[in-house]
Each structure stands twice: as C-alpha cells, then as structure tokens.
Design a protein around this ligand. Sequence first.
Ligand code: ZN
Length: 134
Amino acid sequence: MNILKIDHLGIAVKSIENGKNFWSDVLGMEFAGTETVAAQKVTTAFLPVGESEVELLESTADDGPVAKYIAKKGEGIQHVAFRVENIEDALEELKAKGIRLIDETPRQGAGGARIAFLHPKATSGVLVELCQRD
Ligand code: ZN
C-alpha cells in the first residue's frame, strides 16, 4: 500500500472549547471550526500544522467511542491517521495479511474523507486510521 503521510493525530478531549486553547492560543495553530459526525457521536475540530493536522475529538454522547476512550484512559492521543492513495486497496492488502480491522470497508469521516480503523490488537496498541482524501 502507498502511505503518503501522517494525515492527522486524533486527540480525545472532554471539551473542544477548552481543549483547543493550548493548540490555538498557546501554539498559535489555526482553529478552522468544528464538524459533527453523527454516526460516530463525535464533534471534531481540525487544526492544520504543516502537511498534517491535529484533530480534536469531543464526544456528543456518553456511549460514543471517544467518551468510552476518555472514561478508560483519560484525555490524550486517541489515534494516528495515515493518508493512503487508495483505501480499498489498503484494506484488501491488510485483510490478505491477516490484520484485524475495525472497519472492513471505508466509511465517511470528517472533512469528506473516507476512513477505516485498524484494530489496536493488531498494531501494538495504537488505534490506526487510514484515510483517503480525493
Ligand atoms: Zn481521525
């Protein structure tokens, strides 16, 4: 598969309003607004940095994946996203290599990206997201 770059780091926060202060006010990264992905029960905020971005994640419901993550591990880096050229090809390749996937097929992520998560049990504990942006 062709991994192009680290697309973004997903950081779980209890509140984007509070959590963005360090990134935008202290580090001076541009805060470009929020987007809610209802299917994932999450509101996201992207702060571009060079060729990558920081993605802040705030849960919209107590039973959402980000809320569960924070309950278990606290706020912090929740996933690393790699941009791939072709997400279907990448998933097929991983399946062929016996890698456990959370998403067998791509789904819609924030910013119009198509995304899929690999299972952390297959990646030494890191939640890895693949994303394709056309
Ligand atoms: Zn992400």
